[in-house]
Design a protein around this ligand. Structure first.
Ligand code: PLP
Length: 373
């Protein structure tokens, strides 16, 4: 082959992989669906389904019966619509001036967050000569998104503000649901009920993953789980959700070192004794947190092996002495999986589980197991 013709990508071996178990994802959705009683169970798939891949995740959930999907941005909604024609897609950020037509044409619902967005959507409905479906988000104390009290009062006085808006749900968002004893939960619940009674009737939606675990009072008509679908804890101590993600690296090289030798940048690790150091082809550019330097843990052939030295951009060093016979170039090593959960890595790195997931990088090769096949 002439040197100018590159070898196909398929001739390369992926150095590391993010393996997503779609059966575990679906099992988690079914569990959340059961926990929500009569309420419809949707799915939050914003941020590329928390880093796991929007289209494969949404298709697997739709195959299991999920009908309503929540994304943050209009672009995410349009990408999802191209893959799934028949599901309800809600844009949590609502509608921005200029994108009304594109959203309406793709049958995407904004969650209208203030009267400015309501006016944009009303205007689009007028221009098209047909009512346009939407969610209405009201603020119940988070002070982030949603109609504030004075705007709720304005709609109460003049329901025609919603003329042309086909209201499919009134929603709000809990801000302390991961702390079951927090007084904000009950306060938000009471406020949400009171606001719904003042607005034209529409189904209600309040609970994220942790909100579902607060119990049936919080479920209303539609729930919006995200993190629990992907196998991370919705709150401390919750159990029963399946691990969905496996993050697998590949050993490039192995070094036998003596007591007192150091490993990696800054000589951050000094070996207490003779050790076998395995260098893995993954780093913080792949989303493995640098903050897990000297604190994270990997699994090699079923044995825990500590991450030692600094995590660098493209490489991680682990002390593989405990599994020395398996520390060979080409061997796979797990940084996330059933033994090392997203929450374990979050704790080791001082990061937030949601952040661990959403940072899993674009350089990882994603592969999917299970699912309708
Ligand atoms: C992200 C999000 C969710 C899902 O939250 P989890 O904590 O991941 O279950 C639900 N509702 C809104 C408004 C969100 O922004």
């Amino acid at each position: 082959m002439p040197a100018s013709v590159p070898a196909p990508l398929s001739a390369t071996v992926p150095a590391n992989r993010l393996i997503v178990d779609l059966d575990a994802l679906v099992a988690n959705w079914r569990r959340l669906d059961r926990l929500s009683g009569q309420a419809e169970c949707g799915a939050a798939v914003k941020a590329d389904a928390y880093g796991l891949g929007l289209v494969p995740v949404a298709k697997a959930l739709a195959g299991a019966g999920c009908r309503t999907f929540f994304v943050a941005h209009a672009q995410e909604a349009i990408a999802l619509r191209a893959a799934l024609a028949d599901v309800r897609i809600v844009v949590l950020h609502g509608v921005l001036a200029g994108e009304e037509k594109a959203l309406a044409a793709a049958h995407i619902l904004p969650a209208l967050n203030d009267l400015g967005q309501v006016a944009l959507w009303r205007g689009a409905a007028n221009a098209l000569g047909r009512p346009l479906p939407a969610f209405l988000q009201v603020d119940t104390g988070m002070n982030r998104l949603g109609l504030p009290e004075e705007e709720v009062a304005a709609v109460e006085r003049d329901p025609d503000l919603l003329a042309g808006v086909a209201l499919q749900a009134v929603m709000s968002h809990l801000y302390c649901a991961d702390q079951p004893g927090h007084a904000a939960n009950g306060a938000q619940l009471a406020r949400f009920r009171a606001i719904r009674a003042r607005l034209p009737y529409a189904p209600g939606s309040l609970a994220n993953s942790a909100g579902i675990l607060l119990g049936g009072d919080y479920a209303f008509d539609l729930v919006r789980p995200g993190i629990a679908l992907y196998g991370a804890r919705a709150r401390d101590g919750d159990t029963g959700f399946c691990p969905v993600v496996r993050l697998q690296g590949r050993i490039l090289q192995v070094h036998d070192i003596d007591q007192g030798e150091t490993v990696g940048y800054g000589a951050a690790h000094r070996s207490a004794g003779p050790a076998k150091i395995a260098t893995v082809a993954m780093g913080y550019a792949d989303g493995y947190p640098r903050a897990a330097s000297g604190r994270g843990r990997a699994w090699l052939n079923g044995q825990p092996v500590p991450v030692v030295g600094r995590v660098s951009m493209d490489l991680i060093t682990v002390d593989a002495t405990a599994a020395a016979a398996h520390a060979v170039p080409g061997a796979s090593i797990d940084f996330l999986g059933p033994d090392e959960t997203i929450d374990d890595l979050a704790a080791a790195s001082g990061m937030f589980s949601y952040e661990i997931l959403t940072r899993l990088g674009s350089r990882l090769t994603r592969s999917y197991v299970g699912g309708a096949s």
